[in-house]
Design a protein around this ligand. Sequence first.
Ligand code: SAH
Length: 473
Amino acid sequence: MDFLPVFLDVRSRSCLVVGGGEVAARKAELLMRANAAVTVVAPELGRSLARYRAEGKLSHRARTFRASDIEDCALVIAATDDPGVNSEVSRLCRERTIAVNVVDAPELCSFIVPSIVDRSPVIVAVSSGGASPVLSRMLRTKLETMLPATYGRLATLAQGLRKRVKRRFKSAAQRRRFWEEVLHGPAAEMMLAGRERAAKCAIEVALQQHTPSSLSVGEVYLVGAGPGDPDLLTFRALRLMQQADVVVYDRLVAPAIVDLAHRGAERIYVGKACGEHCLTQEEINAILVRLAREGRRVLRLKGGDPFIFGRGGEEADALAAEGIPFQVVPGITAASGCAAYAGIPLTHRDFAHSCVFVPGHLKDGGDLDWNALAQPRQTLVIYMGLHTLEPICRRLIEAGLPAATPAALVQDGTTQSQRVLIGDLAGLPAKAAEGAMRPPALLIIGEVVRLHERFAWFEPAGVAEETAVRAVG
Ligand code: SAH
């Protein structure tokens, strides 16, 4: 972060605007909205500022800027069309550590003014740190359309009830649960629809219905985080991530996704990597049960889909056995994610009518039904198969698949470091060793792999850069 976002209380404090034109007027308006005591220094005022002066909303010093103008100011904004004056204002303020902004001159600023969405008391501020004001304005417009005009009244209503809620629910976790239920529920909808009285009644009912103990029952969300790209999360996953008190996640979940969890949520890493389990599955189950018993809302975040080679079934089993409420949120499994981002349709009228997902790590020496797997017109997707790539390819050939059957290895699928290696059953193991492919990697076998050449659309940043360098060089 290049800037620290803060909201400044400038009520009744002296704020100075240097300049009398329309740009200065916009800045003065903003300060007036925050109830600052605004002084404008400029030989002449444009139309807007002259009107505010006539209305007694600001005071005016009708002359050029002097060093003494900044004395006792909380902040200063320079908006003149004279670069000399602007940099003088900046220099003087910086000498006295007074916050200063010079319009359109980031290098002269000690603070920048964000684009804002005003739903007072709720305020959303957006800034691109000066990188692209147009981009932050576009984002602001999006937010404007997302936040109903009555959003602020919802906050005001909540503010009015804070003391009562605090008396009724002693723990911060219970209060958070209460507010989340209310703000997601019918009362909030009524308030947003402008039905304030009905909303207040609904909140009264909620205050009666929720008891401290009813808000103390924990719950576990078994959530699929998808294969890596945070954009592939479901809305429900995101909503639960915002609600959870604690996040339990493994190695396969990308850090960018864990970051989306509620800021105050505790994060517990139970890193599992193929072959080197930090914690046993039983230990993870026990953690989930214990946290839920403490009354917490536990987000169990798993790579891909929790019910596909994710041992989500075992976790659900442990929770059901202990009578702990849980819900399961599907995620995009590695097969769907990697296939889509590698441009390989898993089924296709001309090449494959079925698709089979199998684990390649051959647990406990157990074996796969190679004859069933070596079928024509079938796509095979093999999870956790990188370390056993050679025996997998060999056994499929032995079971009757042609050695020239196309096969793909997708490493870090859907992420900016995705790599796709294409070969055939006979040659892929050597190619993978040569290309130093590493986990997580997914193996896709079948005629559909041929389509990659035509359908590959996704360009991870790393690859794009390489190509650009090559093009320039
Ligand atoms: N529940 C997960 C699978 C967990 S098993 C899901 O539904 O996707 C772990 C295996 O998934 C890895 O060994 C690898 O084969 C595959 N995998 C998961 N994420 C992947 C990714 N981004 N790219 C390639 N393979 C991935």
